[in-house]
Ligand binder design. Sequence first.
Ligand code: SAM
Ligand code: SF4
Length: 345
Amino acid sequence: MTELIDIIKKVQLTHSLNKQELVSILKDDSSDATLFAAANEVRKKYVGDEVHLRGLIEFSNICKCNCFYCGLRKDNASVQRYRMSVDEIISLAGKAKDYGYKTVVLQSGEDAFFDKEKMCKVISSIKALNLALTLSIGEKSYEEYKAYKDAGADRYLLRIETTDKKLYQKLHPSMSFENRINCLQNLKSLGYEVGTGCLVGLPEQSDESLADDILFFKKLGADMIGLGPFIPCPDTPLQNTQGGTFTKALKVMALTRLILPDINIPATTAMETLQQNGRILALQSGANVVMPDVTDEDCKQKYTIYPGKAGLNNTAQDYKNSIVKSIEAIGRTISQGYGFHNKNS
Ligand code: SAM
Ligand code: SF4
């Protein structure tokens, strides 16, 4: 226990840990309260008390991929598929702006309907609204990433999911670990703010592999890290597996804050789904971003990555209001800025 406390004190000052030290913290829950408090202090010191809200638009649940963990995978015939039109996406971004968001995040399955031309139209129209724009639409070619950047996209989220190459290959048929890394490097070289992250609690995933994930985030020089527990989803190959725990996901997130003190870290919906008040606990353990869903009711219900997603039964405006209230109740403020990564470390 004292040894773990010493490691936590060290990382709070140096923002550096080796794999063995990370593993020792991940394996032993006896110093979790100290870990979460340290991550909270580092968050306050480097990124302050402001919470950045990003409006999430889930514009298509059609996907050509077959990721074993995801409810939207191509082979899941029980999903009612939908795809918004280019105009619908742009109009929803306008609504998000009216709700007060400064950033919108466009997320979808890997849907080939949205070719370079359509995506660039969406991106440039949203940028004309003076919003910051994050894309989370999967693996694309260098040329496509470049075209989106030239059209005005600011940030890109592409989780590595797991840095265990063998496990990655098992869970992602017809995809390659090398290409995932290549995509992240292309995004970096094109000047995006790059977000990555992992799923916590995948079958066969070890604490050693989670430690590697955290070291990978540092090596990449990520600007944002979004991570959460893996939640088993019906009608997928992993439906009968155990899934991740809230505590383990919170620990990986807190360690990420300690290692990368000034980046943006969302309190993810998966955290809130597994544990009531999970979003607030995450904000008090290192997170500084929340991404409320602004997708219309009908589509939101069909974006079934995993079951029981938090916020499904609220309208976009009600959901935002209740999140704002809970953030202010813990003495934090809502940012009025775009919330770019300020490199302070
Ligand atoms: N298709 C894009 C991609 O894969 O990057 C974006 C959409 S995808 C649904 C967004 C994220 O959802 C993935 O990066 C994955 O980590 C997460 N996800 C998928 N299935 C999940 C599950 N069962 N539990 C928790 N998160 C999940
Ligand atoms: Fe498609 Fe993304 Fe789900 Fe994989 S995680 S099946 S790419 S939506």
